[in-house]
Design a protein around this ligand. Sequence first.
Ligand SMILES: *[C@@H]1O[C@H](CO)[C@@H](O)[C@H](O)[C@H]1NC(C)=O
Ligand SMILES: *[C@@H]1O[C@H](CO)[C@@H](O)[C@H](O)[C@H]1NC(C)=O
Ligand SMILES: *[C@@H]1O[C@H](CO)[C@@H](O)[C@H](O)[C@H]1NC(C)=O
Length: 328
Amino acid sequence: MALKLFFVLICSVVSVAWCATSNSTSNATVHVWRGLEQCAYTIAIPKTDPEVCPGGRDTVVFLQDLKATVDDLSLKLENVKAKLGSLEQTIKDDQLNVFSTLTKVLMQEQERRQQIQLLKEEVESLKQSSTTSVVEPKSEQVIRPTLPTTDTERIVPSMFSTTEGTGEEELPPTNPPWLNDELTERPVTEAFVTDIWWTEYNFTYEDNWNACHGKQYVKLNNHWNIGKYVGVVLCSPTRYKIFLSEKLGDMFRNIADLYGAGEDHCQFLGAYDDATDIDHDVWDSPSTEGYYRGDYGEDLQYGRIGGQGDDWTGRKYPKWYECGVSIP
Ligand SMILES: *[C@@H]1O[C@H](CO)[C@@H](O)[C@H](O)[C@H]1NC(C)=O
Ligand SMILES: *[C@@H]1O[C@H](CO)[C@@H](O)[C@H](O)[C@H]1NC(C)=O
Ligand SMILES: *[C@@H]1O[C@H](CO)[C@@H](O)[C@H](O)[C@H]1NC(C)=O
């Protein structure tokens, strides 16, 4: 309000001065300033008749006009101010938005940092626990009482003990070490015989047409319908007699051939070829029971073999084989 009055005063002074001095034909112009940054407003003061001015009455009218103009101006300013206010509000809102967005981002960042921290702590604790678990057994070892040497020896299973004390010579390294120890302890069972290696085992065999009486080995031979076990009795590692049986404890039997002398029987040792050499004195092989077949890869049959004259079966068997493989 004080400002408005100030303008009115200024303007009236200008007006009076103009009335007093001017005699021009042109309109006077009054510049109204409100602050430095606010708007400048130009009021055109119409040229008045020279006789009106000194009277003072018209000056009042003019001042009233001026006041109205200033009021109008104030209203406009008020509007502008309101507009500015709303603009400011918008800016504030925007700022708020930006701020909230920023806050969100910061909070997310904070959360992520916390997660990273948690992970770090977890890793640290894992490291810690792994270190402690390494440390603990040591302390356990310290606590554990040491056993007298005699006790320790007693604990070791006989399986792992050496042949020392039994008076037996060491067996050739054909069988797995644990198997050799087993053989010295108890008779071989079917569980120790595989189709992978030869197991030394003194099976009983029909010794009726046979040249070999050395070491005996057995192997699983379960690729055929019958003849689950193959047994060999060595003349030498490369010459041997071959037998078959259904059980380790049964008598091992001869194998006869329908066509040859038994060349294809090398297949039972795992050989891919016929015998490299064989006993051809097969015609007098005695009459008995045994296995027989005609060709390589054929299934086996069990029945009468050998024989001469009236006993002749046509199924004959050799006294030895050489299959090109060394046993054991
Ligand atoms: C204004 O004009 C009137 C007549 O036109 C004249 O009589 C008067 O002297 C003038 N005043 C001045 C200040 O020039
Ligand atoms: C003076 O003001 C009157 C009324 O506002 C206007 O009609 C007239 O054109 C103006 N004259 C000049 C020379 O500006
Ligand atoms: C088999 O018998 C022979 C002769 O009696 C013997 O030397 C060998 O140790 C025996 N082998 C097994 C594994 O019992």
